[in-house]
Design a protein around this ligand. Sequence first.
Ligand code: SF4
Ligand code: SF4
Length: 400
Amino acid sequence: MNRITQCLHGRGTVSGVMHHRHTPQEQVPSKYLAYTGRRRPVVFWNLTDRCNLACSHCYSRSGPDRDTKNELSTTEALSLIDDFSATGVPLILFSGGEPLLRDDIWELARHAQEKGIKMALSTNGTLITAEIARKLRESGIEYAGISLDGAIPATHDRFRNTQGAFERSIAAFSRCREAGVRCGVRITLTKENCGELDALVDLAKTIGASRFCLYWLVPTGRGMDAYHRLQLGPDAVTGALRLLYRKAQETEPGVMEFLTVDAPQDCIHLLASMELDRSPDLNDARALITSLNGGCSAGDRVANIDPQGNVYPCQFARSPEFLVGNVRERPFSELWDDASNPVLARFRERPVPLKGRCGRCGHRELCGGGCRVRAYVASGDFYADDPFCYVQEEPGDRTT
Ligand code: SF4
Ligand code: SF4
């Protein structure tokens, strides 16, 4: 995750991180969790494969007809939360499919709340009525990330394959705000919507989003089917990053923060922009990025659990090669602490023994060679270079 706003206003973040260094984990504000050095994972938990929409880029191939009979039962899900609590998981992000379609969502959330675990929701927003928004707040879900894939109804509805989805998602923002639940925009940027990015940031501010979170496409699920048609080229990617950088400069951090996800090399672009600007926050930004130990957090500070209890390093690494284990066979806490697990060992290895262009690149220790899922899908080699990378290679001290 590339935290543009936190880096651009790095001094505030660094002092917050220092302040909370010895605070008990449950009292650390969510925005500092990534830097605490206590390596318990944030869990992205796909509660169900069922969704009321069927979006063209969905990484879990969710939809109205997905079979739910092998999904974790309420009893299994409640004991999984007990295990999260015992192992010190700081934050659960309920996702799907559409997590609000799970009948026991409020029971699960209340249980996690009683255990002192922070919670967020990743949702398409179309089911958030005033009553649902109130229930979100009452059950302790602090934040809702709502997907918006266009600044105008036609674009968003085409992505979501549902007419009227845009209006319902927009309405969700005001309902959340009225109920006192923070909310933010999640966009997957592709060839079909990148021309609307500027307008979408402005719209996000108007509707009261406190976060603007941009995802790049990863070839997983239906995102794999559409990958070559929709993935952006280097010029479009750097154009989008420049735009977000400028917007983040213009926006008070307390109003809205900007992040990009699933391209760890975005931090290289961010530091270069700050250097060009002679930003007084450059050194603190570099310190924050360095403290993340190079590259993405998958398999280390981030875990994913699918509706059937399979554990993966991240929600986009969900093929058999990336399977860590299943919570029906072994508790999550044991799986996660098993240093001999070959999948986790590969994701946690530092420095990553990168090959090809990434292996020669002088940025590799900051970005970890980008996304290992993209590298693997493109070449069959976990250590190959990330084909999405748009950063100009900087000669390193190692050749392959
Ligand atoms: S492996 Fe790729 S998709 Fe998964 S968290 Fe890392 S950068 Fe994102
Ligand atoms: S080429 Fe590889 S190591 Fe260099 S910035 Fe890109 S992803 Fe990182």
